[in-house]
Ligand binder design. Structure first.
Ligand code: SAM
Length: 530
């Protein structure tokens, strides 16, 4: 790890440096066979110069080497001059080799090629596999896994912000490009422009590395273009003059139908900012945990830094959960002593809330990997729940439950601030399949013949979606299929604007702008008619 080399041009530089030193050591023995010292020196210097240019050292560096080397060659005609010169080269070589390990660490820690290359790989893996950034990171590419934690965080942020601001980057890039280059080079350009203008990285380093990343992306012929375009956009660009990026047509259309053009534009504007970090507290706020207490009970952190270093983390006194995601359990009401089924439970934010409130929880999810995270979360917080890995559509309990929380799989369109890559990988067709699953899950819990919910028991259905087809439409259809009613929740701190005419609750990223917004969620509390 310590010896890993990040900067390719550094290796190239040494690869050239070694033959230079060897050539000098051999010089006294070889010189007799050369007619023109200057010819040899010039050829060698020109070779190095061209080599440096070709490998990214830059034209000026190459030209300077040619001149410097010519002078040195003339001086080396004397034997003393030659030996002094070759000794100096040998020392330089040893010194550079010794520095290499340190350079590696330094470069990986700061704005540098290594995190940028890792971000490039993350972006390619997200788009290529149509997987979320979180899923890609769970099976991290080597370039990412090998980085130290800070550089990893930087790579993740760079990839995430590139997805978030790609629309704005394209607006500026279109002005500088006569025709769009292949996508791989286009993503290098987007990432570089965003790093300079959104993340505030110094232009010089970003541009140099973008040239390397263009070659790394298999587009070596475009490195000149990338260099020229980024130099043009590096300074004096009015970044905010570009319009707010639009959601894909199918999603935009659905939101406009549901909320109107103005609200849709406000939602798109809210997506420009990363989501704040909210915690659900298990008990009293741990000392030293600085944040804003939100009206619905969550704690919003001001400047979180490293999460595992925050007060109360090791003692499991809180867990990370968006303020909107914390509402469904609160909507379920008092669960003390009740047998509650958390259906589609992993990674367990709501399981922990239920257990912390004194429910006897059974947490069920179909995903082994996500259940591992749920168990880790329970372990850290010291909370108890029975865990079941099964398909909710097939599993049957021995005894019906008093209450069920159904956090159904959905388009996650309410969480785009957190997952700005989703609009690029989710398709309209994916949502159709999810809607069918949501309806089947609702039938499973609401149909008394299935024996999952006891008579008179309560159900909370929720999705982190902004689409009515995954929210109110599902509930309207379920009311038509089952003898159930919607119960408007009694929830302190819930603004009236979040209550829908059908008795359900809707949050949106543009709500609570004064606090920094919250995820989009749909929540319905259901009960069988007596
Ligand atoms: C929105 S996430 C749940 C988040 C979780 N409730 C929390 O608060 O941390 C949806 C979950 O549904 C699970 N899931 C999808 N299809 C399922 C099925 N047929 N049976 C059980 N779980 C399923 C997924 O594995 C995923 O973990």
């Amino acid at each position: 790890m310590r010896r890993q080399v990040w900067c390719l041009s550094e290796i190239d530089g040494d690869a050239l440096f070694l033959p230079i030193a060897i050539a000098h050591w051999l010089w006294p023995f070889a010189s007799a066979q050369f007619d023109g010292v200057l010819v040899f020196g010039l050829c060698r210097a020109a070779g190095i110069g061209f080599g440096q240019c070709a490998l990214g050292g830059g034209g000026q560096g190459g030209a300077a080497l040619v001149l410097w080397d010519c002078g040195a060659v003339v001086w080396c005609r004397t034997l003393v001059g030659h030996w002094v010169f070759s000794l100096q080269q040998a020392f330089a070589l040893i010194y550079r080799a010794g520095l290499k390990g340190q350079e590696t660490l330094l470069m990986a820690d700061t704005f540098s090629l290594a995190p940028r290359a890792a971000a490039q790989d993350l972006i390619a893996a997200v788009l290529g596999g149509r997987r979320s950034l979180g899923e890609v990171i769970a099976r991290a590419p080597d370039s990412f896994a090998a980085l130290p934690p800070e550089a990893r965080a930087r790579a993740q942020r760079l990839a995430s912000e590139t997805f978030r601001h790609a629309g704005r980057a394209d607006h500026h890039l279109r002005r500088a490009l006569r025709k769009a280059p292949p996508e791989a080079a286009m993503w290098v350009l987007r990432m570089a422009v965003i790093e300079m203008h959104v993340l505030g990285a110094p232009a010089h380093g970003v541009i140099n590395d973008a040239v390397d990343l263009t070659r790394r992306a298999g587009q070596p012929r475009l490195d000149g273009l990338v260099n020229a375009v980024l130099r043009q956009l590096g300074e004096g660009l009015d970044w905010a003059a570009a319009p707010v990026p639009r959601l894909p047509g199918w999603l935009r259309g659905a939101l406009q139908n549901a909320y109107g053009a103005k609200v849709t534009a406000a939602i798109e504007a809210a997506h420009l900012l990363p989501a704040p970090l909210d915690l659900t507290l298990r008990g009293p706020r741990p000392e030293g945990l600085d944040g804003v207490a939100l009206p619905t009970g969550s704690l919003r952190l001001r400047d979180p830094g490293q999460i595992s270093a925050l007060p109360g983390y090791d003692a499991g006194q809180w867990w990370v959960q968006d303020a909107a995601a914390a509402l469904p359990v609160r909507v379920l009401g008092d669960v003390t002593g009740l047998r509650v089924l958390d259906l589609c439970a992993a990674p367990g934010g709501k399981t922990m809330q239920l257990a912390a409130q004194g429910a006897q929880v059974t947490a069920l999810d179909i995903s082994d990997a996500r259940m591992v995270r749920l168990r880790e979360n329970l372990l850290r917080t010291g909370l108890q729940a029975e865990t079941v890995i099964a398909d909710a559509l097939e599993w049957r309990p021995d005894t019906p439950f008093d209450a069920i929380l159904l956090d159904a799989p959905c388009s996650a369109t309410g969480t785009l601030r957190r997952h700005p890559e989703l609009p690029l990988i989710r398709m309209k067709e994916d949502v159709k399949a999810l809607q069918a699953l949501q309806a089947a899950l609702l039938d499973r819990v609401l149909d008394p013949a299935q024996g999952v919910l006891r008579s008179g028991g309560r159900v909370v259905y929720c999705t982190c979606s902004l689409l009515p087809s995954e929210g109110s439409d599902q509930i309207a259809a379920a009311l038509a299929r089952h003898s159930v009613q919607v119960v408007p929740p009694d929830l302190p701190g819930l603004p009236d604007a979040w209550r829908l005419p059908d008795g359900c609750v809707r949050t949106r990223p543009d709500y609570w702008a004064e606090f920094g917004g919250l995820d989009g969620f749909f929540i319905a509390l259901l009960q069988h008619r007596q």
